[in-house]
Design a protein around this ligand. Structure first.
Ligand code: FES
Length: 296
C-alpha cells in the first residue's frame, strides 16, 4: 500500500473497493480521480456486475449499456485503478484507515497478457461442448394405443429435425398439460434427436413441465411493477388458499401455482393469469375470490 507523502497520520493513500458493479466502478473512478490508488476487487471474471446483463433499467427504461459502458471504459484504462477480477478476499487485518487484505486470485486458464478477446476459447470449451454419443441399445418406447396415436399425430404435424422440437413440445403440452417422459422418448426416436437435448430444451423454458400439472395454471406476475403493487401478498394468499407452495400442484390436480417475471401488462399491475384469462389491479382478497370461479 502507498503512503501519501503529506499525510502525517498512519493512514495510507490506497483504497480497496469490493465489487465492480456500476456502484463499485463509480466509487473507484471518484477515488482514483482524487489521487488515491484504488484496488478494485471483483469475484466475477469481468467488471460490470449485474447491470451488464440488463437491457433496460427500471423505471426510466434507460439503456443499461449506455450508463455502464463509459464507466467500464474509464475504469479499464485508469492508471490509478488496479483491477483484480476473478478474485476474492480471504482475510482483512488492521483497522479503519490502515489495513492489509489478502486476496485470492482464481486461475483463469487463459493468459491475460496474450488474450485478444477473440472468444475462440468459448467455442472450443470442452466443458460446454458436450459430445453426443449414440446410446448403445435404446429400448423401444412402449406406449398405450391412444397415446401412440396422439403423439404420432403431433409429430407428423411438424417437418424437420431439431428446429421442429419447440413446436412439438408446445403441442404435447397443449394436449397433455405436461411433458410425459415416454412421449419425449418417442419424439427422440422418430425425430432422431438425442433425449438429452430434448430434456435440455424442456427444462430451459418455464412453459414446459416434466411433472404433471393441474387443470388450471395460476400464475402470479412477480415482475418489478407487480412486486411493488403487492404481488407477493397475492402469492402468499394463493399459497394459503390452495395449500401448496409456489411451483406445486394441488392434490386434486385442479391448480398449479406459479410465479413469473413481467408478462407485459405492467399498467394493470398486480397481474395474475389463470389459464388463458388475465386479471389485473387486484387486492389479495379479490384474487382469492377469482380463484373460487375455477374451483368447480
Ligand atoms: S411486472 Fe407484472 S406485468 Fe409487468
Amino acid at each position: 500500500m502507498i503512503k501519501k507523502a503529506s499525510d502525517k497520520s498512519d493512514k495510507v493513500g490506497a483504497v480497496l473497493v469490493v465489487g465492480a458493479g456500476v456502484g463499485g466502478m463509480q466509487a473507484s473512478l471518484d477515488l482514483a480521480e482524487s489521487g488515491y490508488k484504488v484496488y478494485l476487487v471483483e469475484k466475477g471474471p469481468s467488471i460490470g456486475g449485474v447491470m451488464a446483463q440488463l437491457d433496460k433499467t427500471f423505471p426510466t427504461n434507460d439503456c443499461a449499456m449506455c450508463t455502464l459502458a463509459p464507466r467500464m471504459v474509464d475504469c479499464g484504462g485508469h492508471l490509478n485503478i488496479e483491477k483484480l477480477t476473478y478474485s476474492e478476499i480471504e482475510s482483512i487485518e488492521g483497522r479503519a484507515g490502515n489495513f492489509k487484505v489478502s486476496i485470492r486470485k482464481k486461475a483463469r486458464s487463459v493468459d491475460p497478457d496474450k488474450c485478444t478477446g477473440c472468444g475462440e476459447c468459448v467455442t472450443q470449451c470442452l466443458v460446454k461442448n458436450i459430445v453426443y454419443l449414440e446410446p448403445p441399445d435404446v429400448p423401444k418406447v412402449e406406449l398405450e394405443a391412444d397415446e401412440q396415436t396422439k403423439i404420432d399425430e403431433i409429430i407428423s404435424r411438424y417437418e424437420g429435425g431439431r428446429e421442429s422440437l419447440v413446436p412439438i413440445l408446445q403441442a404435447i403440452t397443449n394436449e397433455f398439460n405436461w411433458l410425459p417422459q415416454k412421449l419425449l422418448m418417442r419424439v427422440s426416436e422418430v425425430k432422431e434427436i438425442p433425449i438429452e437435448h430434448i430434456l435440455r430444451i424442456a427444462t430451459f423454458y418455464k412453459a414446459f413441465s416434466l411433472e404433471p400439472r393441474g387443470e388450471h395454471i395460476v400464475t402470479v406476475c412477480m415482475g418489478t411493477a407487480c412486486h411493488v403493487k403487492g404481488a407477493p401478498r397475492i402469492l402468499e394468499r394463493f399459497e394459503r388458499e390452495l395449500g401448496v407452495k409456489t411451483g406445486q400442484t394441488t392434490s386434486d390436480m385442479k391448480f398449479t401455482l406459479e410465479a413469473v417475471r413481467c408478462i407485459g401488462c405492467c399498467g394493470l399491475s398486480p397481474v395474475i393469469t389463470i389459464g388463458e384469462d388475465l386479471y389485473g389491479k387486484l387486492t389479495p382478497a379479490e384474487a382469492a375470490k377469482i380463484l373460487d370461479k375455477y374451483r368447480d
